[in-house]
Write a protein that binds this ligand. Structure first.
Ligand code: ADP
Length: 637
């Protein structure tokens, strides 16, 4: 709609420029030329030698929305992007002055949408036969798409360059034959090398000698086959001289014909990772060596199911590796019912402290037989459902203990019989001698009675230990006046000892249910120990009290005391202190064991408080009623 036909002057049209006269044929040709000029997709224009625009074709008018008249002279400048105008005017001036062919790019506004598109302006000077410039013929070609692609490409190239320079990896590009022609700054910085020292294949001088051949040979192979390249090698740090491990990777870029035009590669520093891997490998090796131990059975259980075990464990329990893989080993099923309490204890300890204090138990082996073991274990920090157990075959020790127990029991019985007849015979002889009035000999025989009583007590203790072991120690359930019993024992002990003073404080219950003989045994033992282990401090105190359903009796001395680490052990069978001050005192380490077993059996507790050199206090607490009698085993101490 803006388009106007140019003035009917041939001077405006190419080909006929400068013609002076027009025939009808000329006019027809002119029409055709107009049609042609309007048909071509470019925006076409004609300008005077001084740059004054005289004509714009229909495409120009359609695109810019400017009529021919509006575009005349400098009018067309309205369609040019304001930022490009100055440059364009300068270019035009230069072209006018030099008369040379010019090509410039600038933006023209689309009159309909208001958007600017990039155009390539090509102006051709039209000269007459004498070479005088008579017109400029110009065409503007829309190169907006091309320009956009170019800009995008440039932007993406720039992005890639920035990326390559910013990432911590080394980035490099090689020719198809592996010749390095580009590398990022990090690459050069690491080696502290000049471009000449890196270019081509020279960078290989920084490879660790031990990795050189392997790395180069792998590279040759990938260059020959076009397979992606991936390897690890050490490169020397130019500043420190230290070699670091790198992971090198490269992929080929192929052209349309499938030929490799370049290789794009990176090197990633994996030194730390390598060290971690190495440390892990070593730690795994050590763990494996531990696992391979032929002394300790080791297993890992997940919710009772044994998921891993070493050969020693399998050998001990009779299971095979196939059983293990088939999930046929279950720790819970291997635990005899009487150890349920210990299993419970295991769970509690694991939850509270993360490990299980070693304890003795039996395992049910694959063939149903039982194996005595010592078990300890721990849970994995990161996986508390996994239990690592350590199992020691304890059967040899148990067997030895059994033999020892059998021997003690036998010895006890064997000793008691002759001792009983010896005691009986002495009594008979003593009576006969008394009848005959041989008083001196009677007195001598009486002196024999005390050592015999001592021997009797010792043998009694030996037999008690055996009975406890077999769970055969009998207990009577009878009413006992504990207060009277305590005072009676204190009196008797006092009569036997001139060196110590036994003082009873407080009052014990007058009536409780228990075994009088066993209660006697408890307090005689504690008082004799107090006398034995406090040779230089004469005061021994017994403090009795009752509270609610229980009685508490404390036996206190001011003697040598017991070191902290021995305070639990003294209740173990045959345990005797190793320090010379107490070792010198005679004894067999049975007394406190028997005492503790009796107290436990009566449903009570025994503890000790002590300070080295200041004395010890044994605290016995007993329920006034006997607990319901259940099947009883010696308490593990
Ligand atoms: P024995 O006295 O025969 O060695 P016990 O079983 O009675 O055996 O005692 C075990 C150990 O406990 C003793 O060897 C001794 O070291 C220690 N002990 C017991 N009572 C006392 C005490 N009152 N003071 C210091 N140590 C004691």
């Amino acid at each position: 709609m803006y388009y106007e036909r140019p003035p009917a002057s041939g001077a405006f049209l190419p080909g006929e420029l400068g013609a002076a006269t027009f025939s009808a044929g000329n006019l027809e040709r002119e029409e055709q030329l107009h049609a042609l000029v309007d048909a071509i997709p470019q925006l076409v224009w004609i300008a005077r030698p001084d740059g004054f625009a005289e004509y714009h074709n229909r495409r120009w008018c359609d695109y810019t929305g400017l009529s021919n008249e509006q575009s005349r002279g400098e009018g067309w400048l309205q369609a040019v992007h304001p930022d490009d105008r100055q440059q364009l005017i300068a270019n035009r001036l230069e072209a006018v002055q030099t008369g040379n062919l010019t090509e410039v790019e600038y933006r023209l506004r689309n009159g309909t949408t208001g958007e600017y598109h990039w155009f390539l302006i090509q102006a051709v000077p039209q000269k007459d036969s004498k070479g005088t410039l008579i017109k400029w013929l110009g065409a503007c070609t829309d190169i907006d798409r091309q320009k956009c692609v170019e800009q995008q490409l440039k932007a993406s190239e720039e992005n890639l360059r920035i990326l390559a320079e910013t990432i911590p990896q080394f980035v490099w590009i090689t020719r198809p034959d592996g010749y390095v022609e580009y590398w990022n700054q990090q690459f050069a910085n690491y080696f502290q090398a000049t471009p000449e020292q890196i270019q081509g294949h020279r960078w290989r001088q920084f490879l660790h000698p031990a990795d050189y051949d392997r790395a180069v040979s792998i590279r040759h192979h990938t260059l020959a086959t076009g397979e992606p390249y991936e390897t690890t090698y050490r490169l020397r740090n130019g500043r420190t001289g230290v070699y670091h491990w790198f992971l090198a990777r490269a992929v080929p870029l192929r052209d349309e014909a499938g030929q490799i035009s370049k290789w794009f590669g990176t090197c990633t520093n994996i030194d730390e990772q390598k060290h971690i891997e190495e440390a892990l490998r070593q730690s795994q090796e050590r763990a494996q060596a531990l696992m391979d131990s032929n002394i300790i059975g080791i297993f890992i259980a997940h919710s009772g199911q044994v998921v891993e075990a070493n050969d020693t464990y399998l050998r001990m329990t009779g299971y095979t590796r196939e059983d293990l893989c088939a999930g046929k080993i279950n720790w819970i099923h291997m635990t005899p019912p009487e150890y349920a309490a210990q299993t419970e204890q295991t769970f509690c300890e694991l939850a509270a402290q993360g490990y299980r204090t070693p304890y003795e138990k039996e395992l049910i082996c694959k063939d149903g037989s039982r194996l005595a073991v010592v078990v300890g274990g721990t849970i994995l920090h990161n996986n508390p459902h996994q239990f690592i157990g350590f199992v020691l075959d304890n059967s040899a020790r148990k067997e030895l203990e059994q033999r020892k127990d059998d021997f003690l029991s036998m010895a006890g019985h064997e000793l008691r019989t002759p001792l009983t007849s010896l005691k009986l015979q002495t009594q008979i002889v003593k009576k006969r001698l008394a009848k005959k009035g041989l008083h001196e000999t009677v007195a001598a025989l009486t002196r024999m009675e005390e050592p015999v009583r001592q021997l009797e007590r010792l043998i009694g203790e030996l037999l008690d230990v055996s009975k406890i072991q077999m769970g055969q120690l009998e207990y009577a359930n009878e009413p006992v006046d504990l207060d009277a019993l305590l005072r009676e024992i204190a009196d008797t002990m006092q009569q036997m000892s001139n060196s110590h003073t036994i003082v009873v404080h407080g009052a014990a219950p007058r009536c409780m249910i228990g075994d009088k003989g066993r209660l006697e045994q408890i307090f005689i033992n504690l008082l004799s120990n107090a006398i034995k282990y406090a040779p230089d401090t004469p005061l021994i105190e017994v403090e009795a009290s009752t509270s609610g359903e229980s009685a508490t009796i404390k036996v206190r001395d001011y003697g040598v005391g017991i070191p902290r680490e021995q305070r639990e052990k003294i209740f173990e069978r045959f345990y005797r202190a190793s320090d010379p001050s107490r070792r010198a005192v005679s004894g067999l380490g049975m007394g406190l064991y028997i005492v503790a077993q009796i107290v436990t059996r009566m449903g009570g507790t025994i503890t000790v408080e002590s300070e080295i050199g200041e004395g010890s206090t044994f605290v016995v607490t007993l329920p006034l009623e006997r607990p319901t009698d259940r099947s009883w085993q010696p308490a593990t101490m």
